[in-house]
Design a protein around this ligand. Structure first.
Ligand SMILES: [Zn+2]
Length: 439
């Protein structure tokens, strides 16, 4: 594909823009991480990328990724245009890199304690979808069980509320902000208008430039802001996936796997610490709500979260102990020394933005409105112009964006979901319960 990027010397990334989203070519992704992929990718079938960290399963026009038995949501769909497969740039850095190289370049954050946050409280009941059990009470009960486990393991803990009162989101996050080395773990349960919906979701804060999972991958204008919690993107993801895997890969009673997701929940935005929000099941589902009414299952939920915290703790101490988090590759140097200096991706800025050349040289590619790659001068796609969205048949088409940026940054995942047009019903149904105050 001669049209495509001729990478500058020392720059391993071929960057392509589709609508308002930057992508890197799959070829440069595979090369950087030393992964194996199929020679040709059939857009109608999922494909595996294999390397020392295991096998990752992806599909064209999908945000879903499977890795070692559990499910992850990318910020944007994988694309294929003119036979070139494209990986979202923000996911390269914020999802794939922590999976493939959890231990490189980012300083470890030894875990010194846990702030446990029972969601809602007082007049804020949370979901009441389960008759006879309020979410705020289930959150509190599971949180108390969790701190007992932490206590037994000698891990310091703090609760954001120790009785049935409403606590402001800022005050919840402050408990972690005031305690360097603590992580923040918020406990919630879910609801959905479809009573058949079940399963476990684990949320990490959306990285800068990434839409929330519930938006269906649509950029709505609140993505550019960087929040205090974003300085912990790498740890946030490692913590979320550790708790998620402990639950959904459990040998007994494992809840169904709704994936590691992203959202800009207020408690996650404000936390100056690695943080996570757990949606430990659907109170609107008859089976899960009757399970949640039993002490045994609430204890089980607390134990899954606890096991995940322990796995994360180990990953920040002796990475060699956590085989499943270990990057065993030899093709990418683990330090920034010598030849490896431009092969490390600790920060999004180190993967260049798409920058169109104005001198006419084919240094980068954008997608033309007809959906084919070409060397083009910057156009409306640069400044909030047409956005490319998948059509029902999977082809790429243009849709004018009518979303206005929300300058107040008050979006909860719920309002995001209402405003956006989700492309995947599965995700739309997974709208998390949004706290009713302040969100
Ligand atoms: Zn909740």
């Amino acid at each position: 594909m001669g049209m495509l990027v001729s990478a500058q010397a020392g720059d391993p990334w071929d960057v392509v823009r589709v609508g308002r989203v930057d992508y890197v070519t799959l070829a440069s992704f595979l090369k950087f991480y030393g992964l194996q992929g199929p020679g040709e990718i059939d857009p109608r079938r999922s494909f595996d990328l294999t390397g020392p960290a295991g096998s990752m399963n992806l599909s064209v026009d999908s945000r879903e990724m499977r890795w070692k038995g559990s499910r992850y949501w990318l910020s944007h769909a994988v694309r294929q245009i003119d036979g070139i497969t494209l990986i979202p740039r923000v996911d390269l850095v914020k999802t794939f890199d922590p999976i493939l190289r959890p231990n490189v370049e980012i300083p470890k954050q030894p875990l010194l304690g846990v702030v446990v946050d029972p969601g809602h409280g007082g007049g804020d009941q949370g979901t009441r979808a389960a008759r006879g059990l309020n979410e705020k009470d289930a959150n509190f009960d599971v949180s108390r069980r969790l701190v007992k486990l932490l206590e037994k393991a000698g891990i310091p803990w703090v609760l954001t509320r120790n009785k049935d009162v409403y606590v402001d989101h800022g005050d919840r996050s402050k408990k972690a902000n005031d305690r360097p080395g603590y992580i923040f773990v918020s406990i919630h349960f879910n609801e959905d208008s479809d009573r058949a919906t079940t399963g476990w979701e684990t949320y990490a804060l959306s990285p800068q430039y990434a839409p929330s999972t519930s938006s269906g991958g649509t950029l709505i204008g609140d993505e550019d802001e960087i929040w205090p919690g974003n300085q912990y993107d790498h740890q946030n993801f490692l913590l979320a996936q550790a708790i998620h895997r402990a639950a959904v890969l459990s040998k007994s009673n494992a809840p169904s796997d709704r994936g590691v997701k992203r959202a800009r929940f207020k408690v996650l935005r404000l936390a100056r610490s690695p943080s996570v929000l757990v949606e430990g099941g659907f109170m609107s589902n008859p089976r899960e709500s009757s399970l949640l009414k039993t002490e045994a299952y609430r204890q089980q939920v607390a134990e899954w979260v606890f096991e995940g915290i322990l796995a994360y703790k180990r990953s920040q101490e002796r990475p060699e102990d956590t085989a499943r988090l270990k990057f065993a590759g030899t093709s990418v140097p683990e330090t920034g020394s010598g030849a490896g200096t431009n092969r490390t991706v600790p920060k999004l800025e180190q993967v260049p933005n798409f920058r169109p050349k104005t001198n006419g040289s084919p240094a980068a590619a954008v997608v033309s409105p007809t959906g084919s790659l070409g060397s083009k001068k910057p156009d409306s796609a640069e400044i909030g112009g047409p956005e490319f969205r998948p059509h029902m048949n999977g082809s790429i088409g243009v849709t004018a964006s009518t979303q206005k940026p929300n300058l107040a940054h008050t979006n909860s995942a719920e309002t995001v979901a209402k405003k956006a047009e989700p492309t995947e019903p599965e995700v739309r149904r997974a709208i998390p319960v949004a706290p009713r105050k302040g969100e």
